[in-house]
Ligand binder design. Structure first.
Ligand SMILES: [Zn+2]
Length: 159
């Protein structure tokens, strides 16, 4: 049996005329994230961590942001496809730890729904999906509410 750790990070700009999707959940907010897809910063960081653990490149290689196929795509589809790639290499996910960095709004009340969605795709228990949130104490582009970031680590097992 072998274990592989993976790390992923993602950033998106925020603007007034987009929806805000985080962890597969639509967040009620006056700003949303700009991106070729639905710009779900957390799912993108998790996809990159999964791909990284399996040494399969990054999300941009598998789902190019200039491909019409992925325009405004639901990032849950990208997560599903990423999991298929991981499973194709005989990996299973042990756990995920992640942090979303944003100034506003507070996402605490959405976290259990995010965990359920992600756990459902990965077919692992909700307690194995950790999602945390933090601000940057009003500093930098996140503090100015110009952008959002997410970081994720995953542990994979290969039997
Ligand atoms: Zn992204």
């Amino acid at each position: 049996m072998s274990y592989r750790i993976g790390f992923g990070v993602d950033f998106h700009q925020l603007t007034g005329d987009r929806d805000l999707w985080i962890g597969g959940v639509k967040i009620s907010h006056y700003k949303g994230a700009i991106g070729h897809s639905d710009a779900d910063v957390l799912l993108h960081a998790i996809c990159d961590a999964l791909l990284g653990a399996a040494c399969l490149g990054d999300i941009g290689i598998h789902f190019p942001n200039d491909a019409q196929e992925f325009k405004n795509i639901d990032s849950k589809i990208l997560l599903k496809r990423t999991i298929e790639l991981i499973k194709g290499q005989n990996y299973t996910v042990i756990n995920i730890d992640s942090t979303v960095c944003l100034e506003e709004p507070k996402i605490k009340s959405y976290i259990s729904e995010m965990q359920k969605i992600i756990a459902g795709f990965l077919d692992i228990p909700v307690r194995d999906i950790s999602i945390k949130a933090t601000t940057t104490e009003r500093m930098g582009f996140i503090g100015r509410e110009e952008g959002i970031a997410a970081y994720a680590t995953v542990l994979l097992k290969k039997d």
